[in-house]
Ligand binder design. Sequence first.
Ligand SMILES: Nc1ncnc2c1ncn2[C@@H]1O[C@H](COP(=O)(O)OP(=O)(O)OP(=O)(O)O)[C@@H](O)[C@H]1O
Ligand SMILES: [Mg+2]
Length: 326
Amino acid sequence: MATAEQIKALIRAHFSEDKERFITTALQLAAHEAKRGHFSLAHEIRNLIDRAKKTPPKIFPARSEIENLVLYVEPKARLNALVVDSHINKRLKQITKEYWQQDKLKRHGLTNRRKILLVGPPGTGKTLTAEVLAGELRLPLYVILMDRLITKFMGETAAKLRKIFDLMTEYPGVYFFDEFDAIATDRASENDVGEMRRVLNSFLQFIEWDKSNSIIVAATNNPQMLDKAIFRRFDDILYYRLPTEQEIKQLIRNCLGTFKSKKLSFKELLQEAKSLSQAEITEACKEAIKICILENRKTVTTALLKNILQERRKVYEKLIVSKKKE
Ligand SMILES: Nc1ncnc2c1ncn2[C@@H]1O[C@H](COP(=O)(O)OP(=O)(O)OP(=O)(O)O)[C@@H](O)[C@H]1O
Ligand SMILES: [Mg+2]
């Protein structure tokens, strides 16, 4: 039987709504029972905890009008899939830590950080980060469909935005505003009838007053376009950039997995991967793996991957040249 102390600890955790402590105490109880030879009881307790942990959060009802505004994505990625610098890694761990212990923070009048702005060039992992956060927090990922949100009719965009913020309370999840500059452009640079200014003002108000349990993630490639008032509304601003040599190696290793040849020369590959984004390097590795599979080869060689990276770089360089000419 459980000790009196364990029962009291469970009751205390329940009434203080400390989910983490409740789970820890219940697991201690299971260990205690297992030690005393009550294996099936211990097993049953662990199963109950596992099942409760896996209870999926409420998801939008199918085919509701909300579906026109927000896309539900089942998050599959976890933190170890993301190759980022130690600063971003630490911030993301802090966000998850504060989320899991939000009750503890609330007791001291504090809230967990849950409004995050991701800034950086294309293909550096911003969308993947939104997915990783949802995966780590076991929350659904809701991608805001910007083209449906923004309409040219007066007031309509702000009304839709309000609907999304209402949803955040009812359906906890990670709400992802991609291409965020579309609604958060500098108010001073506005030259139309002021509709976008109104949208931005609404967003600023909604985000400031939002008290939901949802995580708000916004991403942009154009931070210079954002209105200055936006920045202080976020708890964290994370800056993404092209990968370092160390990160390129890690990306290639992660992506090739068992297809990586033992003799792979990173020195040669680094030359070709320089200035490519994480997304392009990942795609190149996937392309190399496909060739291996179709040609019944076991591993990706340096020559094969080098060729693919080279081709990608050429396309990329051509794009830059033609952009400069424009
Ligand atoms: N930092 C990273 N670590 C690991 N994989 C990455 C990273 N960045 C990109 N990738 C790979 O590239 C894919 C595309 O990246 P992602 O969509 O996250 O880029 P993004 O920064 O959102 O780009 P965009 O600004 O164009 O929307 C990811 O699904 C992943 O496979
Ligand atoms: Mg993206």
